[in-house]
Ligand binder design. Structure first.
Ligand code: ZN
Length: 338
């Protein structure tokens, strides 16, 4: 059922009690009484041999400063590395001009199968804050385990996603109501790291929360008649969205889009499609339509795109835009009452 291995446990020093506030883990906890000043620790980390090796690697490998988040650091109060697009979006919107944010997952790449070079891993120690979703990307989990970032924000914890829910399905950002607490957590974290601009972060986060609330309303209205409808997707990424809107998700490929469905799985999905009168099979942009189009042709039904927003496939469409296109695709293709 679940093709991904369980998330790799983080080293014991990063385990910490769950709490309701922003999930900032200051780098290194061996000094015990150092308080929450992640930047002081970050400065110490920069002088470590790991960081020196990192600097050497960056100098050797990067050729230009274009991909070096530290290059924008002079202008920005806080330099952030996000592990994939939705986190980049939230940090950019909340941080505005005070924050420089880079993304570990290249545009168009599948974040589940991300691989990081030693230089990319080393970058985690040159930024003020790293934010990621544990269990989504093994490469990021590993990189955070072997480096000592100045501060780490566990986005799933900030969003209030329970650990067992996250282990079952990491795609919580497809439910806007779970992005709202993440936005607040990002604002609090940036405010802690950069108190001078804390008011700006709070204002920007309130604007984004208002947009997310409108988006949530649009989903509730748009899918009000769809409770019980069957949602057949290539990539089983829409569990949180399906649960909140009362849809039954049937995944063709599973949680990890790179795992090819077996012939037996395709037959099972075909049986559900016939039994439930499903008219549209959804595929995602990054994994491509091949398997889904072949199955749809077999079953004589339509296909449409549902984007799990793991990367930004169109630079002119942000998270909110893609969530709205997803809603339109669901309204077009789901078999609902009335
Ligand atoms: Zn996914």
């Amino acid at each position: 059922m679940h093709p991904r291995p369980r998330p790799i446990p983080l080293p014991a020093r990063r385990r910490h009690p769950r709490r309701s506030g922003p999930a900032v883990v200051p780098g290194g906890s061996t000094d015990g009484g150092g308080g929450a000043d992640g930047r002081t620790r970050g400065a110490a980390a920069r002088t470590s041999s790991t960081a020196l090796a990192a600097a050497a690697l960056l100098a050797a490998c990067s050729g230009s400063d274009a991909d070096d988040p530290a290059a924008d650091a002079d202008a920005a109060a806080v330099v952030v590395m996000a592990s994939f697009y939705p986190l980049q979006f939230v940090v950019e919107r909340v941080g505005g001009e005070h924050v420089s944010v880079d993304n570990l997952t290249p545009p168009g790449a599948d974040p589940h199968s991300l691989e990081l070079s030693p230089a990319e891993v080393a970058q985690l120690e040159s930024v003020d804050l790293v934010t990621y979703v544990p269990g989504l990307q093994a490469a990021t989990d590993d990189a955070i385990g072997v480096t000592d970032p100045a501060a780490v924000l566990d986005a799933a914890e900030a969003a209030g996603v329970a650990e067992d829910d996250l282990a079952r399905d990491p795609h919580f950002w497809l439910d806007p109501t779970l992005v709202v607490p993440l936005v607040d957590g990002v604002a609090d974290t940036l405010g802690d790291l950069d108190p001078e601009n804390a008011e700006d972060y709070a204002e920007r986060s309130a604007d984004l929360v208002a947009e997310l609330t409108d988006l949530d309303d649009a989903y509730r209205e748009g899918l009000a008649a769809c409770a019980g409808a069957t949602l057949v997707t290539s990539h089983e990424a829409f569990g949180y969205l399906a649960e909140r809107d009362g849809l039954e998700q049937v995944g063709i490929s599973g949680i990890d889009p790179e795992v090819e469905p077996s012939p037996a799985r395709l037959r099972e999905v075909g049986e559900v499609v016939r039994a439930e009168g499903v008219q549209t099979l959804y595929f995602e942009v990054i994994a491509g339509p091949d398997v889904v189009e072949a199955l749809a042709a077999d079953l004589d039904v339509d296909t449409d795109v549902l984007d799990p927003i793991e990367g930004q496939t169109d630079p002119d469409a942000d998270y909110l835009d893609v969530m709205r296109s997803n809603l339109a695709a669901l309204e077009r293709g789901l078999v609902c009452d009335g």
